[in-house]
Design a protein around this ligand. Structure first.
Ligand code: PBG
Ligand code: ZN
Length: 328
C-alpha cells in the first residue's frame, strides 16, 4: 500500500467550475420569501433600529418597494401589519381598511404574479401584545384563551383572503388554529386560499429584533405557554402532524439556523412543502457582526441560508431576500 491516499476528495474541489458543478444544494430566488412591515400613514420609510436595512413602510412606499423587488426577482412577500390603535381583542387585525389588507389588494392589482402571503396573528394588534385574547387563570394570572382566539384568527384569515392574499400564514401557535382557519376560509368561499402554517414554532430569544420591528412585545410575561419549548423534539413532529391533518398546505419550522435538525426531521416525516424562517435575530446577528467588520455579510448569509436548504427546507423566509437578488 502506498503511503499516499488513493481517495483524494480535493480533486473535485480544485477549481470554482468543478465546485459549482458538484454543488448539491443551490439557492434560488424562486424559493425565497421576503418579509415586509407595513403600517398606517403615508410616505413612511422608517429604518428598524434593531434590523439594519429593514424598514417599516406605509402602503404607498411598501407598494413601490415590492414593485422594485419584483423587478429584481423577488417572487413572494410575507406581510406584517402595525396598526395605529390596539385593543384587547386585536380588532384591527380583521379590518378591511387596515394596512395589510390595503397593501395585499394593491400588490395583487399592480403585480398579479407576486405571491402575497400574510402573517396571521394578533400580537401586533392586541394592546397586551399576546398572540390571542386573554383569560384569567384560577389564581388570577392571565393566559391566552386558545379557543376564543380561534374564531378571531378565522375572521382575520377571511379578511386577508378577501383582500387578495394567496396564502395566509398563521403564527399564533393556538391548538387547532389551522382547522379553524380552513373552516372559516371555506365557509366564506375562499377554498383556494392556501395555508402556510407556522407549525413548529419555538419560543425563541431570536425574535427580539422583530418585536421592535412589529411593535409587538408582550406587555407582561412571555410566549412560552403557547410557543414550543426548544428542548422538546418529539412535539415538533406532533405539531407538524396536527397541522398537516388539519389541512395545512405548507409547513414551517421557525427559527431556522438553530433548528436544522428539526427541519431535517420534518422533511423526512412529511411530504408537504416545507418552509423555514430565518428570523430577525439570525439576520441581526449577521448584520451586527458585519457592521463591526468581524464577519463577511454576504458569505455568512449565503452559508446560513444554504444550510437551511441543505437541511431540507423547500422555501426560505429571510430578510436577506432583496440582497440575495444581487448576490445570486
Ligand atoms: C407573530 C410573529 C413573530 C414572528 C413572526 N410572526 C413574533 C413572535 O412570535 O414573537 C417572528 C419573526 C422574526 O423574528 O423575524 N406571532
Ligand atoms: Zn403572534
Amino acid at each position: 500500500m502506498s503511503q499516499f491516499p488513493t481517495r483524494r476528495l480535493r480533486r473535485l474541489r480544485r477549481t470554482p467550475a468543478l465546485r459549482e458543478m458538484l454543488a448539491q444544494v443551490r439557492l434560488s430566488m424562486q424559493d425565497v420569501i421576503a418579509p415586509l412591515f407595513v403600517r398606517e400613514g403615508k410616505g413612511v420609510r422608517q429604518e428598524i433600529a434593531a434590523m439594519p436595512g429593514q424598514f417599516q413602510f406605509s402602503v404607498d412606499t411598501a407598494l413601490k418597494t415590492v414593485k422594485a423587488w419584483a423587478d429584481k426577482g423577488v417572487a413572494a412577500v410575507l406581510l406584517f401589519g402595525i396598526p395605529d390603535t390596539k385593543d384587547a381583542t386585536g380588532s384591527q387585525a380583521w379590518s378591511p381598511k387596515a394596512a395589510v389588507q390595503r397593501l395585499a389588494g394593491a400588490i395583487k392589482k399592480a403585480l398579479p404574479e407576486m405571491i402575497v402571503i400574510t402573517d396571521l396573528c394578533l400580537c401586533e394588534y392586541t394592546s397586551h401584545g399576546h398572540c390571542g385574547v386573554l383569560k384569567a387563570r384560577p389564581g388570577g394570572s392571565k393566559d391566552v384563551d386558545n379557543d376564543a382566539t380561534l374564531a378571531l384568527l378565522g375572521r382575520t384569515a377571511v379578511s386577508h383572503a378577501r383582500a387578495g392574499a394567496d396564502i395566509v400564514a398563521p403564527s399564533a401557535m393556538m391548538d387547532g388554529q389551522v382547522a379553524a382557519i380552513r373552516d372559516a376560509l371555506d365557509e366564506a368561499g375562499f377554498e383556494d386560499t392556501a395555508i402556510m402554517s407556522y407549525a413548529v414554532k419555538f419560543a425563541s430569544s431570536l425574535y427580539g429584533p422583530f418585536r421592535d420591528a412589529a411593535e409587538s412585545a408582550p406587555a407582561f410575561g412571555d410566549r412560552r405557554s403557547y410557543q414550543m419549548d426548544y428542548r422538546t423534539i418529539d412535539q415538533a413532529m406532533m405539531e407538524a402532524d396536527a397541522d398537516a391533518d388539519e389541512g395545512a398546505d405548507i409547513l414551517m419550522v421557525k427559527p431556522a439556523g438553530a433548528y436544522l435538525d428539526v427541519i431535517a426531521d420534518v422533511r423526512g416525516a412529511s411530504d408537504l412543502p416545507l418552509a423555514a424562517y430565518q428570523v430577525s435575530g439570525e439576520y441581526s446577528m449577521i448584520k451586527a457582526a458585519a457592521a463591526a467588520g468581524w464577519i463577511d455579510e454576504r458569505a455568512a448569509a449565503l452559508e446560513t441560508l444554504t444550510a437551511i436548504k441543505r437541511a431540507g427546507a423547500d422555501l426560505i423566509i429571510t430578510y436577506f431576500a432583496e440582497a440575495l437578488t444581487d448576490w445570486l
